[in-house]
Design a protein around this ligand. Structure first.
Ligand code: C2E
Ligand code: CA
Ligand code: CA
Length: 739
């Protein structure tokens, strides 16, 4: 049945570890990737800015370069005079051949070209195409202050001889001219410093055009670290980065393309081997962690399972315990209900198990329980379950058997356990068990109901003498109900002074003198009528009322005995009073309250007192004897202990059980047992009382056998205190007559 546990995996530990590792890895990789990507983006932005900057710088350097040619008195005059030959030689040919300009124009104050040089198809008329493209630059040079700062017109002040200062203005920008990206510089032409002639307000202009060719872009690439830089129209595969170059007036001049710098990617490529190694390490670490976690989890599961199993296993026998039974039973009942079959619940109780523990010791008791468990396991049919409940109570759950088979099984249990147990210690133990059973679903539909009813049946089996298993019968419930009712009634009678005491005399062997009286409790319930002590005394013991009854009897008896000088009184004390009560204190208190001499009190206890806790029994007996009270062993012979064994407890008196006296047909004289008991008692120096003397013949035999006291209906039935007073008085007279 313990196999019905849910299977579980270790994933509850390993999964989180693996997930955590994977997540961390993902985060690291993602950060690296994003970082690299951003670095690349940043690098691209920087490269774009670099292009813009480089072009601008180039323009400026050209403008600077041309300052020599435009702050020049000769050029000023020659251009103003429109000396085309000079212009051709000093501007056109010179600037083209020496400095590599592709186009050169000189503009008049009205901005029309008076001279033009264009390398490819150089003619003045060409300026008609160029003019509109650069008109803003022309205006910027003529009126720098009215132009936005972007134009960045460079102004140089040139002081003339007459103290007048003229401004030399130059501006540079990129323009698309004849389909080619070019740097254009527009500059005023002014005389050198110290020029003596007067200078007009509208200077001539030099327009210089230099194509930004493949060479230039190549250099740009080299200088600023661009790879494969070119204009897109140059053919060949374009790079992966482009930049649209725009002029100051917002027109597209051309598109540059190059191979992007990928510092991020580069970085990744560099760290890749290290990263890979780290990843491997992390992976290995994770694997280790997962393995460790798995083992840990397994252990947790294992101990959880062990704990579960332990909680459902009886430690001594290894059988399932009550908890396991309560778990399995409902399942079996459900199964029986489903298939329309039966489930038998057998309750097995070892008789007098306590005695085995007490007499042979706990180790032997445990060995017997273990051996019992083994035998039960061996003999039960397949699919049955044997469980040990508390103490000496076992239960068998046997599914799917016919009524007859169940009865057979129950009686087999009795027979099997009746075989002697030969323990390892060499001890041979005989036990008997009582077995009761209930059958589901006939006797009940729930586990608790079936268990309770099987218990009722075993209770019945224990009570009866029959050595067969008892099946549950519905009237057992009625008995239980009756018992509960009786208990409630007894409880209320005890509380409401409903317990009486009667007295039976103990006579000398001649039957003439009253030596003592035995106090006996009586209960007459207002509704139920008189209830026998054989019923209400055990009931009081179980209900925890015996202490109260014991004290009531003791108080009444000591009080009544005040009227019976010289007569001892005997009071019965039950085992549970010795073991659970404070009998010594109670007796001492009662004696002192009643001013009753302890020597006149006799306490009668039965052998069963010695079964539970020898040590305590001994202590309590010593305590009572220390008060001066005598102790009698009652009902001797009904138990199993030898007199030799009992001697150790130091009884003062022995009361032979009445079953030996009214033993039936055989005459007393032939009872070997009785003869030997009396003989042995005498040898041990005990006073011997015979109970249940009903005939003259018995009296005479016991007299001659050497008994010291006789008790029985022959002399008197139990009497009320008043009747006893009269009885004693009569026998005192008797004694007087006799003596
Ligand atoms: P017991 O201590 O053995 O008491 C003697 C029983 O034998 C009494 O039964 C008495 O009436 C009965 N008896 C006396 N002479 C004869 C006779 O000649 N023939 C027959 N057949 N019986 C005789 P009772 O009063 O019914 O008491 C039954 C048992 O109840 C007592 O047995 C005793 O064990 C218990 N008991 C009675 N009163 C008390 C009490 O106050 N405390 C305790 N703990 N137990 C008590
Ligand atoms: Ca007695
Ligand atoms: Ca007795």
């Amino acid at each position: 049945m313990s196999g019905l546990q849910r299977p579980r995996t270790t994933s509850f530990v390993t999964l989180p570890i693996a997930a955590l590792a994977a997540a961390s890895l993902a985060v690291v990789l993602a950060s690296l990737w994003i970082g690299a990507h951003e670095a690349d983006g940043f690098a691209l932005k920087r490269q774009r800015e670099t292009i813009e900057h480089a072009l601008k710088q180039h323009g400026h350097s050209l403008a600077r370069e041309l300052r020599m040619q435009t702050i020049w008195s000769e050029a000023y005059e020659k251009s103003r005079d429109r000396d085309l030959t000079w212009l051709q030689a000093s501007y056109g040919t010179y600037l083209n051949e020496l400095l590599g300009y592709d186009g050169l124009y000189v503009l008049g104050p009205d901005d029309n070209a008076i001279y033009g040089y264009m390398q490819r198809n150089g003619s003045v008329a060409d300026y008609a195409r160029v003019g509109p493209i650069i008109s803003d630059l022309v205006h910027a040079v003529r009126a720098p202050k009215s132009f936005p700062e972007d134009y960045d017109v460079v102004t140089t002040q040139v002081p003339l001889a007459n103290g007048v200062v003229v401004n030399h203005n130059a501006v540079a920008d990129v323009r698309k001219i004849d389909g080619r990206a070019s740097t254009v510089v527009v500059s005023t032409i002014v005389p050198d410093r110290g020029y003596t002639a007067p200078v007009g307000n509208s200077p001539m202009l030099l327009v210089a055009i230099e194509e930004i060719d493949a060479d230039f872009t190549h250099h740009l690439g080299e200088n600023f670290g661009f790879r494969d830089m070119k204009w897109t129209r140059e053919g060949g595969p374009a790079g992966d980065a482009t930049e649209e170059v725009k002029s100051l007036d917002g027109r597209t001049v051309g598109t540059m393309t190059w191979l992007k710098d990928r510092p991020g990617l580069e970085f990744l490529r560099h760290v890749a081997p290290g990263l890979l190694l780290a990843l491997l390490l992390v992976g290995a670490l994770t694997a280790l962690l997962v393995r460790w976690g798995k083992r840990q989890a397994k252990q947790i599961l294992q101990s959880e399972q062990n704990a579960r199993r332990a909680a459902r296993t009886d430690a001594l026998t290894g059988l399932p315990n009550r908890a396991a039974l309560r778990e399995s039973l409902p399942k079996l009942i459900a199964e029986a209900r489903r298939t329309g079959s039966t489930i038998a619940v057998l309750s097995i109780d070892i008789d007098q198990f306590k005695a085995i523990n007490d007499v042979f010791g706990d180790a032997v008791g445990d060995a017997v329980l273990e051996a019992t468990a083994r035998r039960l396991q061996r003999m039960t049919p397949e699919h049955s379950l044997v469980a040990r409940l508390d103490g000496d109570r076992f239960v068998i759950l046997a599914p799917d058997l016919e009524d007859l088979q169940i009865d057979e099984l129950a009686n087999d249990v009795i027979a099997t356990l009746a075989e002697p147990f030969d323990l390892d210690s060499g001890t041979r133990i005989f036990i008997t068990v009582s077995v009761g059973y209930a059958i589901g679903l006939r006797d009940g539909g729930t586990g608790d109901e079936l268990l309770r009813r099987a218990d009722l049946a075993v209770g019945k089996a224990k009570g009866g003498a029959a050595e067969t298993a008892i099946a549950f019968a519905p009237d057992m419930e009625a008995e239980v109900t009756y018992r509960l009712m009786l208990e409630a009634a007894l409880r209320s009678s005890v509380a409401n002074d409903g317990i009486d005491v009667v007295y039976q005399p103990l006579m000398d062997p001649s039957g003439r003198r009253v030596l003592g009286v035995e106090a006996l409790a009586r209960w007459t319930d207002p509704e139920l009528g008189p209830v026998s002590p054989d019923i209400f005394i055990p009931l009081a013991e179980e209900a925890g009322l015996i202490q109260n009854i014991g004290e009531i009897v003791l108080r009444r008896a000591t009080k009544a005995a005040a009227n019976w000088p010289g007569v001892s009184i005997a009071v019965n004390v039950s085992a549970s009073q010795i073991h659970h009560g404070n009998v010594v204190e109670v007796v001492r208190d009662v004696l002192s309250d009643a001013r009753f001499p302890a020597e006149r009190l006799e306490i009668e206890i039965t052998e069963s007192v010695l079964l539970a806790d020898e040590k305590r029994a001994n202590e309590q007996m010593r305590g009572l004897q220390a008060l001066g009270v005598r102790i009698a062993l009652d009902d001797f012979g009904t138990g199993y202990s030898s007199l030799q064994y009992l001697r150790r407890f130091g009884f003062d008196k022995l009361k032979i059980d009445r079953s030996f006296i009214d033993g039936g047909v055989e005459p007393l004289g032939s009872s070997v047992v009785l003869t030997s008991i009396i003989k042995l008692g005498q040898d041990l120096g005990l006073r011997i009382t015979a109970e249940g003397v009903e005939t003259e013949e018995q009296m005479l035999w016991l007299q001659s056998a050497g008994c010291h006291e006789l008790q029985g209906y022959l002399f008197s039935r139990p009497l009320t205190a008043e009747q006893m007073t009269a009885f004693i008085a009569a026998h005192r007279a008797n004694r007087a007559v006799a003596s």
